[in-house]
Design a protein. Structure first.
Length: 145
């Protein structure tokens, strides 16, 4: 019994380490011609500072809903903020500019479908969940987060 418990504990810890070190990727509608995209340009899009990629192509960012593990990783590693700071940022933005928060989706499937079917859209997702319906623009290394 003790041996089974140790094996089960090791499996759970191994899975937790894999999840903690998962990388996310920035994905886009297949027709997007992104050019050179970096973390700063993605941050500016998701914070409403810009509405287009560095090459001038307009895009529509899509977010996961609050509480999503992908959202938490993205906020920490790309936006460099938590939910509370993000909420304050958007309150200020909406008070001083005519800009809108990114649309939110509640599942990976909904995100992939929305991006695949919406020209100009971008999003982020766990790298292991990407399929051929979308284009990967860049990989965000989150293992140090």
């Amino acid at each position: 019994m003790n041996k089974i418990f140790r094996i089960a504990t090791a499996l759970v810890l191994s899975a937790a380490c894999h999840i903690a070190s998962a990388d996310i990727v920035i994905i886009a509608h297949p027709d997007i011609k992104a050019g050179n995209v970096d973390t700063d340009s993605i941050r500016n899009l998701y914070l409403g500072e810009r509405s287009s990629l560095p090459n001038g192509m307009p895009v529509e960012p899509i977010n996961h809903v609050k509480g999503s593990p992908d959202r938490e990783l993205f906020f920490t590693s790309v936006l460099s903020m938590n939910e509370k700071t993000h909420k304050r940022h958007w309150k200020r933005m909406q008070a001083t500019r005519t800009t809108y928060q990114p649309k939110e989706v509640s599942s990976h499937t909904e995100l992939l479908e929305s991006i695949a079917n919406t020209p100009g859209s971008i999003g982020y997702i766990d790298e292991s969940l990407v399929d051929d319906s979308v284009k990967v623009l860049m990989k965000v290394h989150t293992s140090d987060v």
